[in-house]
Design a protein around this ligand. Structure first.
Ligand code: MG
Length: 164
């Protein structure tokens, strides 16, 4: 009888000039990027929170506090690998995940397959286990005005060993 756990995550970052736009580990050419202590990869952060939440392990702010200089400019895929290690230590692996990026611009769709590949490499799963969808906010609110990008993620974990 497989033991399964579900988790959900959310994140938002402000879009500002002078930053590189990195989402799902992919650098996307754009005139602005997301502001944050790390690389501000909003999708990867939402996924990390979903993974931690599935095992009631807290949130990414607990493991990678924005006050810690060690995470300044950090590659969020490296942080994701650390979170994945926490799951593996507890005998869990990702069964699948699904996510949504909400951005008015730039267009995300051309970059989604590369994001699936990058995230899959870190999590040790296939691209078809990683759902990534993109939508706009129809011009409404701060996201619709292009001031920020947010992301939502849901993950399902399955226990692959009974050792823990
Ligand atoms: Mg974040």
């Amino acid at each position: 009888m497989p033991v399964m756990r579900i988790g959900n995550g959310y994140d938002i970052h402000r879009l500002v000039p002078g930053r590189t736009l990195i989402i799902g580990g992919v650098t996307i050419p754009y005139e602005r990027g997301l502001l944050g202590h790390s690389d501000a990869d909003v999708l990867t952060h939402a996924i990390m929170d979903a993974l931690l939440g599935a095992l009631a392990l807290g949130d990414i702010g607990h493991y990678f506090p924005p006050t810690d200089p060690a995470w300044r400019g950090a590659d969020s895929l490296v942080l994701l690998a650390q979170v994945n290690k926490l799951l593996m230590e507890r005998g869990y692996q990702v069964s699948n995940l699904d996510s949504v990026i909400v951005a008015e611009a730039p267009r995300m769709k051309p970059h989604l397959p590369a994001m699936q590949l990058k995230l899959g490499q870190v999590l040790g799963i296939a691209p078809d286990q990683i759902g990534i969808k993109a939508t706009t906010q129809e011009g409404l609110g701060p996201i619709g005005q292009g001031e920020a990008i947010c992301a939502y993620a849901v993950v399902l974990l399955e226990k692959c060993s009974m050792d823990n």
